[in-house]
Ligand binder design. Sequence first.
Ligand code: NAP
Length: 335
Amino acid sequence: MPLAMRRLGNTELVVSRLGLGLAAVGRPGYITLGRAHDLPALRTEAALYERTAALLDAAVTAGVRYVDVARSYGRAEAFLARWLDAHPAVAPPPTVGSKWGYRYTADWRVDAPLHEQKELSLARFREQLAQSRALLDDRLALYQIHSATADSGALEDQALLAALVEARRAGACRALGLTLSGSDARRALDRALAAAIDGERVFDVVQATYNVLERSLASDLAAAHAEGLGVIVKEAHANGRLTPGNRRPEDRRLRARLDELAHDATLPLDRLALAFVVAEPWVDVVLSGAATVVQLQSHAAALDATIAPAVRDALSELVESSDLYWRTRAALPWT
Ligand SMILES: NC(=O)c1ccc[n+]([C@@H]2O[C@H](COP(=O)([O-])OP(=O)(O)OC[C@H]3O[C@@H](n4cnc5c(N)ncnc54)[C@H](OP(=O)(O)O)[C@@H]3O)[C@@H](O)[C@H]2O)c1
């Protein structure tokens, strides 16, 4: 069954409602919860390319036509470019979104002291746009500021905003976006909506966290969508906390309640978490962060799932305060 497709906000980009994110497989270390079990013991470049290619094969077969990468996801852009080169006949080809702002610094090590280094400057944008284009060329459709915060100054940096708009006008990418993280994301979204150069809105797309536990941006994202922004949701599984892979002792009660509700919904837990997100009409794309093909296939099935109102109401009891949610996320180890 092909997945439902739609336009990404007011952009000309056409996307599937399920996208595939490559954060978990483009580099050996990340913060999801079951990596030791779900990834090969030897996380060489060759092994992770094989995993990425298997995921892309399965995703495209399932109808996925949006792929999310970033400069900082290790070799994710290069892996995607290699896979796209090897599959020129995929029609329509997946729409590709990447991000700039963080540099990958872990040197292919899981125990690196610093995995990523952030700088939302004009110089970093120019440097990383050239790197992303060198790998992805015209396939780079959407270029996003990676985790733009209100206090970074980037959203008021007129020289940077002008350079972003110039890149879009010149065709270096077809749409501009920003991704949001943290409990202060609303302020960043407000600033992004206000950002304009010569009366031309800078940002076409926002990528933000929304899931059963963290819903604080729901009304703001719905309003942004109504204003024409494309909305991409990340972390629908709360970095693995909303999956069977979550064995954190602190989440024992949460897991028990989630398992009961998944049973009531007659859905596996991972599918329930995704179906919850995709039910929102203002969500254009929900990203799967699948680390295995089995996970990806389960995620694709979520698009056909519906959640009974009673289960949806019961899921509302599990909402966490934004502060607690982001403190918990910040404490997840890189493994
Ligand atoms: N700031 C940003 O822009 C930003 C931030 C975060 C993510 N993203 C994007 O969003 C994508 C998704 O985010 P995320 O990686 O944090 O995703 P997520 O959907 O919250 O968590 C994904 C993880 O959950 C686990 N999982 C999923 N299904 C499972 C199942 N059936 N059974 C057991 N475990 C399961 C897998 O991890 P294990 O196999 O390790 O358990 C998987 O990697 C990323 O790939 C990235 O492209 C962007």
